[in-house]
Design a binder for this molecule. Structure first.
Ligand code: ADP
Length: 365
């Protein structure tokens, strides 16, 4: 019978170090075959959460299930998950083949089965000729691929990868991102990957969980995270975002009427991405990505117009990044045609369609 259990389930995980809260109530379900990335700034709790799943950190409370089995109190070596660390942790006195086979030896497989598994894994990481090399005869990228193969050897339900590419230079890092993603696809394994690098997270993942102060603020596909951020933190952490203060004037059947810097503007209700409903009088934040602002001209009724004094222009070849300041003193980032470069000091005008922005409820503190 094939199991339909999710690969990993976390139920209200909490962990503090003294007075410092590292994980503040995280619940999460990771389906099989998914590449999930935990993304967030340094200190937000990514590693602590990953290590809790791996069995290297004991949560204060909460439950961890892998393949439907409660493993909250099992030691790391008995869990059907395996960790890959940044520093490879290969055994220096063992060949590549023996390093990879080590995971299987622990599982009491016979010699012939271990050899077959090693061959399979050497093929998978595209190093079939290097089985007899020692770790110090490999490049950094090759060592990381061997570490990956060794972690996959015992056929775990999930691999837990703690910033595994952090020590590599940029070019190698990009190569390894592709390699890692390809291995995940070929094996169909569930990968839980930790990084603080938003581009890495966006390019590799099926799902991204954005963490802040020990909580998950949003979990969604990279596209959704970018185009429909659910909190101001997510909007600001991933890509550039203009955030405009607004007040809710009223809410009707399918729209929200806002006062944005003195102008009245109506948005479809579908543009509200934070969970809580809005009511008249509430404070709200409107999020607009710089590339959603179009230079010049008057918009249609459905467009918000922003005007201001052009402050500076950065050329990027075919386009430019500009900044302007509105009458209410708000700095706005936008993309513009390079011809705008001559006009610093002038009044510029941009528009944004109501379907290209999102609106967030502002939490009352
Ligand atoms: P991240 O991986 O997102 O950088 P961590 O999970 O490493 O964050 O850390 C989360 C918080 O918990 C940080 O404030 C960190 O200082 C604290 N922390 C992590 N591990 C320990 C520890 N062993 N002892 C004390 N504090 C810790």
């Amino acid at each position: 019978m094939t199991s339909t259990n999710p690969a990993i389930e976390l139920k209200d995980i909490r962990k503090s170090y003294g007075a410092a809260v590292a994980i503040d109530g995280v619940s999460l379900t990771v389906e099989r075959g998914v590449f999930l990335t935990l993304l967030g700034p340094s200190g937000c709790g990514k590693s602590t959460l990953l290590r809790s799943i791996g069995g290297f950190v004991e949560p204060d409370s909460g439950k961890i299930l892998v393949d439907g089995r409660d493993i909250t109190h099992e030691p790391a070596f008995r869990r059907p998950v395996n960790m890959v660390f940044q520093d490879y942790a290969l055994f220096p006195h063992m060949s590549v083949r023996r390093n990879i086979g080590f995971g299987c030896e622990m599982k009491n497989l016979d010699r012939a089965a271990i050899e077959r598994r090693c061959d399979e894994l050497l093929e998978l990481i595209r190093l079939p000729q290097l089985g007899e090399r020692m770790p110090d005869e490999l490049s950094g990228g090759q060592r990381q691929r061997v570490a990956l193969a060794r972690a996959l050897a015992p056929d775990p339900v999930s691999l837990l990868l703690d910033e595994p590419l952090g020590a590599l230079d940029l070019k190698l890092r990009q190569e390894m991102q592709n390699e890692l993603k390809a291995v995940q696809k070929r094996t169909g394994k569930t990968f839980v990957f930790v990084t603080h690098d938003q581009e890495e997270a966006m390019s590799m993942s099926d799902l991204v969980a954005v963490m802040n102060r020990g909580r998950i603020e949003q979990i969604a596909s990279p596209r959704e995270i970018y185009s429909r951020p659910a909190t101001a933190f997510v909007a600001g952490f991933i890509g550039a975002a203009n955030m405009l203060d607004a007040e809710v004037e009223g809410v009707d059947g399918d729209g929200i009427v806002l006062d944005i810097g003195g102008s009245r503007f109506r948005l479809p209700s579908s543009r509200l991405t934070s969970g809580r409903a809005l009511r008249a009088g509430d404070a709200a934040t409107v999020v607009i990505r710089p590339e959603q602002l179009a230079a010049g001209g008057r918009g249609q009724e459905q467009s918000l117009e922003l005007q201001g004094r052009l402050e500076d222009v950065t050329f990027l070849g075919g386009r430019a990044h500009i900044r302007f300041v509105t009458a209410t003193g708000q700095m706005i980032l936008a993309e513009a045609p390079p011809s705008m470069a001559d006009n610093v000091g002038d009044t510029v005008s941009f528009i944004c369609g109501s379907n290209e922005m999102v609106v967030l409820a502002v939490d009352q503190k």
